[in-house]
Design a protein around this ligand. Sequence first.
Ligand SMILES: Nc1ncnc2c1ncn2[C@@H]1O[C@H](COP(=O)(O)OP(=O)(O)OP(=O)(O)O)[C@@H](O)[C@H]1O
Ligand SMILES: [Mg+2]
Length: 658
Amino acid sequence: MQVKSSIIWRMIAWFLLLALIPLGAVVIFVQRQVNQTVLNVELQAAVREARMHAAESAYHPDAFEQHTQIYEGTTEVAFILGTDGTYLAHTDQQKIGSLAKNDFTAEILGTFFSNESGSLNNGDAGQIIGYAAIPGQNSVMVIVKDNQAVQNTLNSLSRSIFLQLSVILLITSIVSGVAILAVINPLRQLANFADQVGSGNLDATIDQTDLEGEIAVLADSLTSMTARLRDLINNLESKVDERTRDLAIASDVSRQITRVLDMDILLPELVEKTRQGFNLYYVSLFLYDQQREELTLQAGTGTEGARIKSEAKSFPINSRPSVVAQVARECKAEIINDTERSTIYLFEPNLPDTRAEAAFPMLVSDVLVGVLDLQSKTVGRFQESESQIFSTLAEQIAIAVRNAQLYRQQEHVAQELKRTDLMKSQFLASMSHELRTPLNAIINFTQLIAMGVAGPVTDEQVTMLNTSLSSSKHLLQLINDVLDISKIQAGKLGLYIEEDVNLNDEIKAVVDIAEPLLQKQNAMLEQPIRFIQDIDHDLPLTSCDRRRIRQVLLNLLSNAIKFTEQGSITLSVKNKGKEFIFAVMDTGPGIPQEMQTRIFEPFVQATDDIKHTQGTGLGLPISRSLVQAHGGKLWVESKMGEGTTFFFTLPFRTSITQ
Ligand SMILES: Nc1ncnc2c1ncn2[C@@H]1O[C@H](COP(=O)(O)OP(=O)(O)OP(=O)(O)O)[C@@H](O)[C@H]1O
Ligand SMILES: [Mg+2]
């Protein structure tokens, strides 16, 4: 808040302006009244004078001559007018005998003879005229006074009054302005002071030397209010500092504990950190066993903690006296600031110096996990204001303990699952292995029968035997896949690496198997799918498990054929020096983004429409594992509606051991 001096000057200006208008009006009114009064007096004087001269002239014919001396040296004129309109006598001798109509209008001349006596104001000529008939004579006595001079005097008089009044007004205004300033300046000082305090500067001061009366009292109370405010804030700040420090310790403890999942490490660390952070004598933590309704000391600080732990057994929740048991029973914090006066405090010989104890329930969603117990050597150590922080800390610890417990349970479940999974894989592996031998026998014998080795067979029988043969081969393929994935999951998949493998030959062998599959597919389509090969010639001989590489390539090609219904399929194999890059690209439906990682999991298929779900969903996980076993990578790039490309790399190796 700033009171500017320009405001004061503006106030004075307004005051002057507002005062001058009525002042002007008053002056004009007074001037008018005075003029009128003076005029009336003048008129009456003129007529009185005329009557007096007329009366004297009636009795003394020479009277006029004598009286004219009065007018000598003045601007006034006196004359006697005959009824014929000539001057019979005149203060100006030369006018005698001349006609008065040269000096006055006919109207004025007529007036002179209309009444016994009278007066008139000849404003145009600035004259005051008094006239009176001379008794007994046919003539009239006229006195003409010059009114202009009187008017001029009156005007200058009113001007000087106006001026004087204005000066008085101005002086009054300045005096009141100065008086206002004398009040406003200290007020302004006070306002500035209040402003500074308001904007947070509690060290602001006010110079009281020039202040008096109520303003000085006001300044006094403002100063003392500021001092009190400063004290309050300082007090508050130190309290906030304390709380912030406590909170920082509590949050530090909680932050560190939530990272630890092993309770044997977590709990001793936690009690020690709490003891140090809050400068306590002893901190311990009890866990509650819901089924047994018992509390067990899990961790206590220092050697005392270790000793008590080794001695102590679990104790029931309804033990008395026991602060910890009471807190567990009531799920409510308990603060004992003087242990000697408490009935529930239980003396612990290992902690002889305890003088105050505070225990807080550790709750997770209202379920008791345990109790956090704090002990101090100082009577009155635990203030009500701190208990919120300890309660929060106890809750955080409860969550950390619960997490650790859940983690432990989860770990157990995970181990169980792993064991079951291993058993399942072993079962599948042995089952598949057991199934393969009889199935191979079925295939071989069926083939022999179809060839007529066991006696003649009809064409119809051959057809049926071939159908049975292809179903058996499909089943064998399935069993082989299950066996592979089981071995992979059991970590027992071994490669049969050979040196000097000619990849061009292997690729050709796969293409030879894939092409008939494509032709079969094309036979059902209006527009056949083109098969494009972009394979580097003379790929260098390398070491690999050629049967497995063929298996991978065949799976990718058969997938492309299975899912593509238009466009083309391109097989590209490039020699990149250190590795070979294989790519099988199709213009099929594409694989949704969210499925592009999942299809590498066993038994997962990207779509569930029947047409595209033939198969078991094992091809890709097996292929990826086989490629990885060779030290390569297998990945997919796909866009819905545009197509899919599967890539895999195979490191170039000159020998098995390399
Ligand atoms: N070229 C492709 N175009 C579109 N989807 C594909 C393509 N290749 C694979 N997929 C999707 O990935 C799924 C998994 O393929 P994968 O080869 O593992 O299994 P499968 O071909 O369904 O069965 P299996 O190979 O065991 O006979 C397929 O079911 C299909 O949904
Ligand atoms: Mg497949």
